[in-house]
Design a protein around this ligand. Structure first.
Ligand SMILES: C[S@@+](CC[C@H](N)C(=O)[O-])C[C@H]1O[C@@H](n2cnc3c(N)ncnc32)[C@H](O)[C@@H]1O
Length: 272
């Protein structure tokens, strides 16, 4: 099957080799998707999908199967070879390239990635913009494995352990990627209010997610929608109109919508 999708190449005698798309499976590829594929094919992502109908009816599939929340499970199940954090970091690597290509960061400012995982996006932002400083905000156990050390200049970044539902540090630009779709609408409004409280009058938030724009045609964002709805209670991808309504409850508004050539869009958000 994968040979018919150009991932492998089948030759006479049932010999298989890597086709061009398969090169991304190599662990030393610049944009290696090895850990992303291991994460996406892990049972914690596919088993709950079978019960997505339960989730939609208000009976969270992941909690029913594993007896705890998705993030709690992955905090207690760190593996040697791969885990959720390394999978997210791998999935994000190629996407980060397009985010940086499509957003012009200002000079001499501070950029904070809220729930930024291992810090792969912030690392690329700091590499491409030498006058910027960075702050990576996530759980302590995640920050301990940060990739920011690869920058080679630890005077340009700091780690801030914290809670999405606690206080955020002050910053000029905030990044929040692949987070909002994990949460129900009440929690999202709490997150937006936390931003509003921490923001200066000209701070900006970049919400980076697969926003749903298209109706009645195939859209990869809808696959991610199903994965989210299965893994997190009352979650899922949102339309631009849904974002506008939730942001409004925190005195925030969309300033710009930027497409990135991937299924992720950048919503640039400012104070109303
Ligand atoms: C889907 S990952 C996204 C990581 C990164 N932004 C990316 O795009 O690759 C979600 C992140 O949210 C963090 N997270 C989940 N719940 C959190 C909480 N209550 N407080 C702080 N971080 C949290 C996780 O540790 C994880 O790094």
């Amino acid at each position: 099957m994968l040979a018919s999708e150009s991932v492998f190449y089948e030759s006479e005698g049932s010999y298989y080799s890597l086709a061009p798309a398969g090169q991304f499976l190599l662990s030393d590829h610049k944009y290696s998707l090895r850990d992303a594929v291991l994460m996406l094919t892990n049972e914690t992502l596919w088993r709950p999908v079978g019960d997505v109908i339960e989730s939609v009816q208000g009976n969270p599939a992941f909690e029913n199967l594993y007896g705890m929340s998705f993030y709690q499970y992955w905090q207690e199940n760190v593996r040697e070879d791969h885990d959720f954090q390394s999978g997210m970091s791998s999935l994000s690597k190629i996407e980060n390239y397009f985010i940086i290509k499509h957003y012009k960061f200002p000079e001499n400012k501070t950029v904070t990635d809220i729930a930024g995982g291992l810090g792969g996006l912030l690392l690329e932002v700091l590499k491409e913009n030498p006058t910027l400083k960075g702050q990576l905000f996530d759980r302590q156990h995640v920050l301990e494995r940060t990739k920011l050390v690869e920058l080679g200049d630890d005077s340009r970044w700091k780690l801030i352990p914290g809670d999405l539902f606690g206080d955020y540090p002050e910053s000029d630009i905030y990044l929040i990627k692949y987070i909002i779709h994990d949460w129900d609408s009440n929690s999202v409004v709490k997150i937006f209010k936390n931003f509003r409280k921490a923001m200066k009058k000209d701070s900006k938030i970049l919400i980076i997610e697969p926003v749903i724009f298209k109706k009645n045609i195939p859209d990869v964002a809808k696959y991610m929608d199903i994965l989210c709805m299965s893994a997190f209670p009352e979650s899922g991808e949102r339309t631009e109109e849904e974002f506008i309504e939730l942001l409004d409850q925190a005195d925030l508004k969309i300033n710009k919508v930027i497409k990135t050539e991937t299924y992720n869009s950048i919503l640039e958000v400012v104070i109303k």
